[in-house]
Write a protein that binds this ligand. Structure first.
Ligand SMILES: NC(=O)c1ccc[n+]([C@@H]2O[C@H](COP(=O)([O-])OP(=O)(O)OC[C@H]3O[C@@H](n4cnc5c(N)ncnc54)[C@H](O)[C@@H]3O)[C@@H](O)[C@H]2O)c1
Length: 415
């Protein structure tokens, strides 16, 4: 069967995209080499949480518009091939493009002129040119004339896919005008406004979208740690900064990480003119778990044998994505202090303790993820009833008490 489009890499980016193409009427081949992912899809079950996608999966499977394969070679038969593979950062401060290389090598013998390869993964500047050059070198294509390559970065946040896929401007950086036009014909079915640019500018726009967020969140986190040093209240200082100030404002502290923000800055750091600047941003975020652990340790005069409830394993509010979450680092650091750690998370797929089990008799409760379930007055009431003397650690201000560290009765009174 000739497919309109194949999507290689059915992860958190690729799968919702494949479903959206199919729902828009295209015939889609989804490719992934993870057998568990394919088996879940074959029985019609989404392998992760993304609002609206379970219904969409049912719809496109019933309509026969989504086929699945574990072989990248099969993707080469489609008119357009979208790569949504993982692009981690190596510890050498360098993009890891091994997944992209592997898939290109698998497809090389089967690729024919006239196809489009759209690179949807987040990549370091120059990677789209590399992909085009690699295809020209290995297969003698003349990219931009008889074969087409474009970078069409994904900027949607986890849990927001369906809300944003039809509205967030779709940036297209084609190698030559014809590649851009081919990519537009594919992505226009999703309905978002299209903006054409060069591949390099598309790459820079994507990674700097994330760098902007990562650097922005570092400021309130650094301020939170400074305030502890000076005995000041970070929420009051932020309120003083922001109140009626007409030129922007300070965000709020929290445990900032996740699979994108934690590594995309490295794609700039690879060749930076100010090496270390973004590493410093990363260090700020990476030091927040230790800051919280030390704050608890000081206030409880030691952590050995003390029960600590960690609320939230996901990297951000209401997602089930735990990849690169700082909660795991927080748990490891607490365990290294010989604390008895009990974790609760109502959203992730990893089994965790019940909220009541986690809270009963806890010496400290740390809100590690600001899931909306935790912001409710009921959670605070449960903390107060199950461990009335415990220390509540709330860098997100989920309980609206305006205290990063406060004892349960104090937090409840301030709410
Ligand atoms: N997760 C996000 O919210 C998000 C947002 C914007 C951009 N991005 C970027 O999009 C890209 C994909 O991210 P993701 O979170 O979906 O990653 P992911 O790791 O969830 O998905 C990648 C998928 O590719 C599959 N895969 C790996 N090698 C393969 C091969 N040789 N053949 C077939 N399948 C293979 C894996 O099994 C996996 O399912 C990354 O570049 C990421 O930086 C992610």
């Amino acid at each position: 069967m000739a497919f309109d489009v194949s999507v290689i890499g059915l992860g958190r980016v690729g799968l919702p995209l494949a479903l959206s193409f199919a729902d828009a009427g295209l015939s889609v081949l989804g490719v992934d080499n993870d057998p568990a992912r394919l088996s879940s899809l074959r029985v019609g079950r989404m392998p992760f949480k993304e609002p609206g996608t379970q219904e969409m999966l049912g719809r496109v499977q019933a309509a026969g518009r989504l086929e699945l394969s574990d072989r990248a070679e099969d993707a080469a038969a489609a008119a357009a091939i979208v790569l949504t593979l993982g692009t981690p950062a190596l510890s050498h401060i360098e993009i890891d493009i091994s997944q992209i290389r592997a898939v290109l090598d698998d497809m090389l013998p089967a690729l024919s002129p006239g196809k489009l390869i759209a690179l949807r993964s987040t990549v370091a500047p120059g990677t789209t040119e590399f992909v085009a050059g690699y295809l020209e070198k290995q297969r003698d294509f003349d990219v931009g004339r008889d074969f087409f390559v474009a970078h069409v970065p994904e900027r949607i946040a986890a849990d927001q896919f369906m809300a944003e896929i039809g509205t967030l401007p779709c940036i297209i950086g084609g190698i030559g005008e014809a590649s851009g036009e081919r990519a537009e014909r594919l992505f226009e079915v999703l309905g978002a406004p299209i903006v054409h640019t060069t591949p390099l500018q598309a790459e820079l726009a994507k990674i700097w979208t994330n760098i902007l967020r990562y650097a922005t969140f570092a400021l309130p986190n650094l301020l939170m740690m400074d305030c502890e040093r000076y005995g000041a209240n970070v929420f009051e200082v932020i309120e003083l900064i922001n109140r009626d100030y007409p030129r922007g404002g300070m965000g709020r502290p929290g445990m900032t990480a996740g699979t994108c923000l934690r590594k995309d800055f490295a794609f700039s750091e690879e060749r930076s003119n100010a090496p270390g600047m973004l590493l410093a941003v990363s260090r700020v975020h990476e030091s927040v778990p230790l800051f919280l652990v030390e704050g608890v340790k000081r206030r409880l005069r030691g952590l050995r044998g003390r029960k600590v409830a960690v609320l939230g394993l996901a990297f951000k509010r209401d997602t089930d994505d735990e990849r690169d979450s700082l909660s795991h680092k927080l748990v490891r650091l607490l365990e290294r202090e010989l604390a008895d750690v009990v974790v609760h998370d109502p959203v992730v797929q990893t089994p965790t303790a019940d909220l009541s089990e986690a809270l009963t008799g806890a010496d400290a409760v740390i809100v590690a993820t600001d899931h909306s379930a935790y912001s409710s007055p009921e959670t605070l009431a449960e903390i107060e009833s199950r461990s009335p003397d415990c220390l509540v650690v709330d860098p997100w201000n989920a309980f609206r008490s305006g205290q990063v560290f406060g004892f349960a009765s104090e937090v409840a009174a301030l709410r």
